[in-house]
Design a binder for this molecule. Sequence first.
Ligand code: BG6
Length: 474
Amino acid sequence: MISKDFMWGAAMAANQCEGAYLKDGKGLSVVDVLPDAAHGRWDMLYHPEKYLGRKLDFYPSHEAIDFYHRFREDLELLAGMGIRAFRTSISWPRIFPNGDDSEPNEKGLAFYGELFDECRRHGMEPVVTLCHFDTPYALVEKYGGFKDRRAVDAYVRYCQTVFERYKGKVRYWITFNEINMITHIPFLGGGILLEGEENKPQILYQAAHHQLVASAIATKTAHETDPENRVGCMLAAGSFYPYSCRPEDVMASIEKNHENYLFIDVQSRGAYPGYAKRIFSENGIKLHMEDGDEALLKENTVDYIAFSYYSSRLTGTGEEVKGKTVDGNAVTTLRNPHLDITAWGRQIDPIGLRVTMNELYDRYQKPLFIVENGLGCEDIPEPDGTVSDDYRIDYTKKHILQMQEAMKDGVECMGYLPWGTIDLVSAGGGEMKKRYGFIYVDRDNEGNGSLARRPKKSYEWYKRVIASNGEDLD
Ligand code: BG6
């Protein structure tokens, strides 16, 4: 059922694994000023202004898991599982330390060149995100990040540079990680500070428009640079269910889904959808478009729909749901009484993956690509160092089964890339304690540990899954 070239793989991101945050000419990114869990990481995501300028002793991204220096050993371990596709991101400030320097940083370019060569040597297809939560911090200071249209020019120049440099080495690109996050955690999503702004929705959607234009130009440039290039958008997905069959709840779930689909509608269908007009008028938003923007969006749509899926979401309008919210990966959702929930407050819904895939495919009719999915939880190694993560195997197995069901429903799916395949720093909490990997990394929340890598029980399991092309899930 699953084709031989299905991309069973692994997914990571530069800002959460590389470390070496100022090495070889790299500049700061927005993530590099985010504190660890104990010093207000979550709060800073929502109120960055309160923290900027403070100096701490420890920032999790500065060393992360030191992938920058250990990538050969790490790819070797991934290759040992039979990984066919490796998703990572290029750190924009490693290539342009200030975001818009006159010349790119050759050492940064050389690093990714070696990384992609090494992937190919192991038979892994690189899947590369161009901006995964790491807008150069200098652009925040200079322009206010993507608030200002000049960030588009900087992003496009960066993309052009890496498309040319890695022509023939990288074919699969993703323009912005979870583009819908810009309205939820705008500092991480686009280097945006909102304090003092009178009309916050105006700022957010204008910045989102800038990213959408930037994404369309990048898509055009990628296609012109190499017709073999395939470019995807990327959604933090998870369909909203209605809390009840009350018509108001059903309508509310449609509206909540629209808030996220809006971005992908532009990137995949090439125009702002009808409901966007209503969102804009009800929130006092007047989008400024330049001549040619509409044509650009229309003519440069993406080739595939990449998405992350951790859980479904839930919304409702009745009195009975008031105050019953939990974390939906930075998107607020109601607690679904039919679902289990992790210690970090994330609900577990494998069938929701099938629901989400059907909705996305019905809507866009383009190949889907699962580029993140996984269970974030604490792993406690045995005295001999082994980690028996049956809970992770169970989670992943159930999601793969539902992915296969969706494919039987007729959904085209290019691949499955579980998130944080090697333990890395969590984006939301900045923790190491919350782990997703099939490979354990000896490092704690405070930055202690040898950084040694050790396969967990899930490593051998996933190896069998890949070898059997998804047949052997036990
Ligand atoms: C996605 C991001 O939102 O979720 C990743 O693309 C992130 O960067 C992942 O790590 C899991 O979230 P967290 O907060 O548990 O790391």
